[in-house]
Write a protein that binds this ligand. Structure first.
Ligand SMILES: [Zn+2]
Length: 299
């Protein structure tokens, strides 16, 4: 880590009153979670991107639930890392006005002890459940139950347990599931109708959650003053919506710190008030944030 960059950053950090962290997949990689498009983007020979759509769920909710049940198990097997813990500590400081905007659905920030009042999961979460009925707005946050229903038992294994040692292991078969075997909405049930729940993630073709976006806007345009600093963590600061938040903070006179294994020089070079920290965000964040949060222990 460049000493001068660190010193400049920390000098600014110590006088920052209002801070935003923008988090992407890179933060979860060192918790052992591959990025969504990693591993060729396949699950049991299905293209993951094809399964993450409203159409796929409409056609075969049982198939999509088996995929999401597997993703829930994978995320639960991972642990929040020291980067998640550093942000959690920052979120609980009384003197700092701070929000985290995460693009990750893995629930690791929520599980790290991050203050839930200032955590925005703008792509939703694998651990949020929503009713599929248009008449019903039931939503449940941080449901970490696994399996969610008896029929979803076994979905933690992508391959047949008996074939794991062989050179070409066989996929455990996808089950045909009836709606009654899938997670059910308790509110609809109590009024005598049956509605299934869906994963509370933002699928391809869906819009980002309006309420969360509005609350983030309120924070960015607060009368309490401009945002002093935005931390761009494990994500490219050049893709929407990350770039729009970075631009808005810069327009207010705020500074930018990028933490990523791969940083495009054009994001930093010749730009005043933009710092780049190249490396594993899980290792960098506890070091650079230390003046505010103190020591972060190993999880
Ligand atoms: Zn319902």
């Amino acid at each position: 880590m460049n000493k001068q960059t660190l010193a400049e950053f920390q000098e600014h950090l110590k006088k920052s009153r209002r801070i935003v962290a923008l988090v992407g997949a890179g933060l979860s990689v060192s918790s052992g979670l591959p990025t969504f498009r990693g591993a060729e983007g396949l699950w049991k020979n299905f293209n993951m991107i094809d399964l993450a759509t409203p159409d796929a769920f409409y056609i075969d909710p049982g198939l999509v639930w088996q995929f999401y049940s597997w993703r829930r198990y994978s995320a639960l097997a991972a642990k929040p890392n020291r980067g998640h813990l550093a942000l959690a500590k920052l979120s609980n400081l009384p003197q700092t006005n701070f929000i985290t905007i995460t693009q990750n659905v893995d629930g690791l920030s929520a599980r790290s002890g991050h203050n839930s009042d200032n955590l925005y999961e703008i792509h939703g979460s694998l651990f949020t459940l929503k009713c599929t009925s248009f008449m019903c707005n039931y939503i449940e946050y941080n449901n970490f139950k696994a399996p969610l229903t008896p029929a979803l038992r076994g979905t933690e294994h992508e391959f047949l347990k008996s074939s794991l040692d062989s050179e070409s292991p066989e996929f455990s078969p996808v089950k045909q599931m009836k709606d009654s075997e899938l997670p059910q909405c308790p509110v609809c049930k109590s009024s005598g109708t049956q509605s299934i729940l869906r994963p509370g993630v933002v699928w391809f073709g869906e819009s980002l959650p309006m309420q969360e976006l509005n609350e983030i806007d309120d924070f960015l345009e607060s009368e309490e003053g401009p945002v002093d600093l935005i931390l761009v963590i494990g994500t490219s600061g050049t893709v929407y919506p990350a770039n729009s938040y970075v631009d808005r903070v810069r327009l207010q006179g705020g500074k930018v710190a990028i933490f990523n294994t791969d940083i495009d020089e054009s994001e930093i070079e010749g730009k005043d008030g933009v710092w780049g920290f190249k490396g594993d965000a899980a290792e960098l964040l506890p070091v650079v944030l230390e003046p505010l949060i103190g020591e972060v222990k190993q999880p």
